[in-house]
Design a binder for this molecule. Structure first.
Ligand code: NAD
Length: 480
């Protein structure tokens, strides 16, 4: 028997179906004897309503800092401007770099075309476009920044290989889009290649995310552990969970070096809220991961067994109900009551799935590296412009550019100066690439921008062009 030490857990009841699936989950944890001190925290809609745009109350910040463990029901993120996603805020503020999403089928009890799914998606959790750094730049164009760091990529990729090694998984697959995003996804893939060479016992391969996702939806047995940047991970884990049976069945762990947060992968499902029909299984799976994380694996395993037994016995919520394998259509509360009544039972067929509830915490630190020599050699200056690219070039060339030269102008990435095709569609945001023959200082750059603005150009932003150990740190324009 493991020694039980009472642990405090910050618990957010969330929005939509959140409160009812959280009540169901907590009832099961309590009945199973999980020795937890529940500290309720307020996040989401109620906090937005108080005008706090982060959606996280001051008490919630304090409780999470103190307990270092969060069990969170889904929250509604209002669409459009004004407020930020609570999920992203908590993940990034507490450094929860790896989002671990086991995805299994429970055939034949839960209908699926793919009875053999048993994979784990490890999604990078802090970077990519989820920084939410967005700007409306011109009358026509809005932009979002996609940020990928070497250290962030290394942490999550290393975590994926450690996870595979620890749990006897054979293969780690990287999904990226580095045929197009050569700097950002290219870095993620490169780090994957570097880290994978340190794990010769684990197979490693890489798929471009589009065909990889198609294969995942068609032949999920091809995959074991998948590691991928944030946005792709978000999308493919819903795809994988849905084809396995239901998004309502999968839990997820957000792992950081000091804090961890556990949840369902699905959202707040406002359409079915308050009707006692939601499946609490996804949140329960998140809670089971949490128990392992807290060193309470025995009680986690007991709950998982009772849950699997309940699924086998055909007591099913509406999302997984079918006339062949279901024996009882259960509401959220009735399902929880059935799991509680089944505590102490062990599943007869689904036992192999216990691996889904494995512990999930490892500490992984990125490797220290020599910093390459970084040199500034030019600038990409972005302007709002409503005339032709040739007229823009004329205006730019009317300025004393020394020591820079105008190398090209692009529109939405497509080179439109010095030459262009008449068919290329143009929007009102242009990029002028101005490069010097030898390294320059920031002062050269600032004074150049000042001269360009002085001739009436509407400067939107600039990006420095840097070389690292002589290798260009920027991509070419399409057709450059
Ligand atoms: P959703 O996951 O809430 O719902 C998608 C579909 O799945 C709906 O048909 C829903 O009824 C069904 N579904 C989801 N969970 C279920 C469950 N437990 N049992 C039965 N059926 C279930 O996705 P959405 O509708 O796109 O998002 C709703 C809100 O949730 C949005 O505000 C979104 O931002 C938020 N969201 C939050 C999280 C989170 O808190 N981690 C994650 C995803 C979405």
């Amino acid at each position: 028997m493991e020694r039980s030490t009472r642990r405090s857990v910050a618990v957010a009841h969330g929005d939509g179906i959140g409160p009812e699936i959280m009540d169901a989950t907590l009832a099961i944890l309590e009945a199973a004897g999980a020795d937890l001190d529940i500290i309720p925290i307020k996040i989401g809609s109620a906090v937005y309503a108080e005008g706090i745009t982060s959606g996280v109350s001051e008490e919630a910040w304090e409780a999470i800092s103190a307990t270092k463990v969060v069990l969170k029901a889904p929250v509604t993120t209002p669409q459009g401007g004004g407020v930020k996603s609570v999920n992203v805020t908590i993940r990034t503020a507490f450094g929860l770099f790896a989002n671990v999403r086991p995805c299994l089928s429970y055939a034949p009890y839960v209908p699926t075309r793919y009875p053999g799914i048993n994979l784990v998606i490890i999604r990078e959790n802090e970077e990519d476009v989820y920084g939410g750094i967005e700007h409306r730049q011109s009358h026509d164009v809005a932009q979002a920044l996609k940020l990928i760091s070497r250290s962030g990529s290394e942490r999550v990729v290393r975590y994926a290989f450690e996870y595979a090694r620890h749990f006897g998984r054979k293969k780690v697959t990287c999904f990226s889009k580095d045929n197009i995003l050569k700097m950002t996804d290219g870095l993620f893939h490169q780090v994957f290649n570097e880290v994978s060479s340190e794990y010769p016992d684990i197979q490693a391969d890489h798929w471009i995310v589009d065909i990889g996702t198609a294969r995942l939806a068609d032949t999920p047995e091809l995959f074991d552990v998948i590691v991928t940047p944030n946005l792709y991970g978000d999308i493919i884990s819903d795809v994988a969970a849905e084809i396995a049976g239901s998004v309502g069945m999968a839990g997820s762990a957000n792992i950081g070096a000091r804090v961890a947060m556990f949840e369902a992968i699905h959202g707040s499902a406002p359409g079915i809220a308050g009707q006692n029909v939601a499946n609490p299984s996804g949140l329960l799976q998140g809670a089971i991961q949490m128990l392992y994380h807290l060193g309470m694996g025995a009680v986690g395993s007991r709950i998982n067994d009772a849950w699997l037994y309940t699924i086998e016995s055909g007591v099913h919520t509406a999302d997984i109900f079918d006339t062949v394998h279901s024996t009882q259509l259960a509401g959220t509360r009735e399902f929880a009551a059935a799991v509680i009544a089944n505590l102490g039972q062990v599943p007869r067929k689904l036992a192999k799935h216990q691996s889904a509830a494995n512990p999930v915490s490892f500490s992984v630190a990125p490797t220290k590296r020599r910093l390459e020599e970084k040199r500034l050699i030019g600038v990409d200056a972005f302007f709002e412009w409503h005339q032709s690219p040739e007229e823009l070039a004329q205006r730019v060339l009317s300025v004393n550019l020394d020591p820079f030269q105008l190398i090209m102008i692009s529109n939405r990435g497509q080179t439109v100066y010095p030459s262009r095709r008449p068919e290329t569609f143009l929007v009102d945001q242009y990029r002028c690439r101005l490069q010097a023959a030898s390294p320059i200082g920031h002062g050269d750059l600032v004074s150049l921008l000042g001269r360009l603005v002085a001739v009436g150009l509407d400067l939107l932003k600039m990006e420095g062009l840097f070389e690292f150990d002589g290798i260009a740190g920027y991509s070419l324009g399409q057709g450059e």
